[in-house]
Design a protein around this ligand. Structure first.
Ligand code: SF4
Ligand code: SF4
Length: 460
């Protein structure tokens, strides 16, 4: 059956062999100056990822995404899901920021800051090399079984740590710490989440690896529209390197070839398995490993370093590099507008919110005293202290039952079913404009309107 399969004439994906089987990539490490710089950044980021849930500003977490209580805290400011505009502006700002960074620095995010690259290249892969050796290909297949088991056990410890840290962003580190020492039966849902995330992390770093960048990540797919020919990328200087050829001993022979001696070390070092000499490719995560590998070769053969380097496509083609382009001007402008609107909204945000919710099961009941129907009112306290809320009604309407005043703790919210009674004669064309104001014991006040409908023949 396998003989009948058509083979691709060449490699279609860097992670696949022509027969469709997985091509395992075990890159050779090149510990040059760029790798050392990336290692410093990576370690700082790993420490930061663990530390952020514990960090506080003005007594509140720097970041907490409390999905259960629907509170989202960023830099000590609490947002609720109802603050759609502010959250949308924040997301837009983040998107425009990423667009700007990409158009200036290419895939700097991927190579230097993405958790996938940071943890794979500076935690999981170094552990693998430490335990199994640096062998690639066949040498790697001969690794003793106990070493492989030991590697997976250490992976498991780090993966558990990462999944618990991940949960801390949603539940707070103290809570996760407490859960860690209790029986899983007492907190089954968080326990299952940690197990699931650990399994995902293990799958990713044990098996899936670079395929996350080359096949799954949506950001990678966007590169072709986010980059232009003046964006900084990692590129091979074809003019200088070609025609490639083995190093010759006679200067005259060497003059006939370019600086690339076709040693293949840049390809061997690439964690996504590509050959950067074939030009900019979607799989390139800008990890700089090919630069380090090639610079070491250039030093050895006494040629200037930088045959592979950070450069724009235009620079590599010998054209002038344009720093100021439309997108480089437009994105910062959009960023200023979006963050300006965000800061304005933040400074003028109300410390509460009240709104009518849709009543799917609204029933209209006609009584001798008037028409009764239930409206649903939700009140959110967005302040970090408790408040008491009151209600004020417009003319011609009364609320049955005493539900006010409403006490709400800090960031609390309450949904009330309010049966309202309106005199049948108050309806005009079967409609009545309900007016209601909600206010607290401080400065919050909001006026709400809602149209109530009633059957046309009710007061005929
Ligand atoms: S081509 Fe170079 S920079 Fe790009 S992923 Fe491969 S080694 Fe990293
Ligand atoms: S490492 Fe440099 S010299 Fe060697 S093949 Fe790559 S580009 Fe050519």
């Amino acid at each position: 059956m396998a003989d009948q399969l058509l083979e691709a004439p060449e490699r279609v994906l860097s992670t696949l062999n022509p027969d469709g089987s997985r091509r395992w990539i075990r890159p050779k490490s090149a510990m040059g100056k760029w790798w050392k710089r990336r290692r410093v950044v990576a370690w700082l980021l790993m420490i930061l990822f663990t530390a952020v849930p514990w960090m506080r500003v003005s007594g509140k977490p720097v970041m907490l995404l409390d999905v259960v209580h629907r509170d989202f805290i960023f830099f000590g400011v609490t947002f609720q899901p109802t603050e759609v505009t502010l959250l949308m502006l924040l997301m837009l700002g983040i998107f425009f920021g990423i667009f700007l960074i990409t158009s200036l620095l290419g895939r700097g995010w991927c190579g230097w800051a993405c958790p996938q690259t940071v943890y794979l290249e500076f935690l999981y892969r170094p552990i693998e090399r430490l335990i199994e050796g640096k062998g690639t290909g066949r040498a790697h297949k001969k690794v003793a079984r106990w070493r492989v088991v030991l590697k997976y056990l250490i992976y498991l410890v780090f993966s558990l740590h990462l999944s618990n840290t991940f949960l801390s962003y949603f539940a707070g580190p103290q809570q996760v710490f407490e859960w860690s020492f209790g029986s899983p039966q007492e907190h089954m849902t968080p326990f299952l989440i940690v197990m699931f995330v650990t399994a995902l992390i293990m799958f990713d770093f044990v098996s899936f690896r670079e395929q996350m960048c080359t096949l799954v990540c949506p950001y990678a797919r966007l590169q072709s529209v986010l980059l232009d020919r003046d964006s900084l990328i990692i590129g091979y200087d074809e003019k200088r390197g070609e025609p490639r050829g083995k190093k010759r001993h006679h200067a005259q022979d060497q003059a006939q070839t370019g600086d690339c001696i076709d040693c293949g070390l840049c390809v061997a070092a690439c964690p996504t398995g590509i050959d950067i000499r074939e030009g900019l490719q979607l799989e390139c995560v800008a990890c700089t490993q090919c630069i380090d590998a090639c610079d070491a070769v250039m030093e050895k053969i006494e040629r200037p370093v930088g045959l592979i380097r950070f450069a724009s496509q235009n620079t590599l083609a010998g054209l002038a590099h344009k720093v100021v382009r439309i997108r480089v001007v437009l994105y910062p402008l959009l960023l200023v507008v979006v963050f300006g609107a965000f800061l304005f909204g933040l400074n003028h945000r109300q410390m509460g919110e009240a709104m009518f919710l849709r009543n799917q099961n609204a029933v209209v009941v006609a009584t001798p005293e008037g028409v009764v129907q239930t409206v649903i009112l939700r009140i959110d306290n967005r302040d970090d202290r408790a408040h008491t809320y009151q209600m004020e009604l417009g003319a011609g309407v009364e609320v049955l039952g005493a539900q006010f005043p409403v006490e709400l703790e800090a960031y609390g919210s309450k949904t009330l079913n309010l049966p309202v009674r309106v005199a049948a004669t108050a309806f005009a064309n079967s409609r009545f404009q309900l007016q209601l104001s909600v206010y607290d014991d401080a400065e919050f006040r909001t006026d709400l309107h809602m149209t109530l409908f009633t059957p046309t023949n009710l007061h005929e």
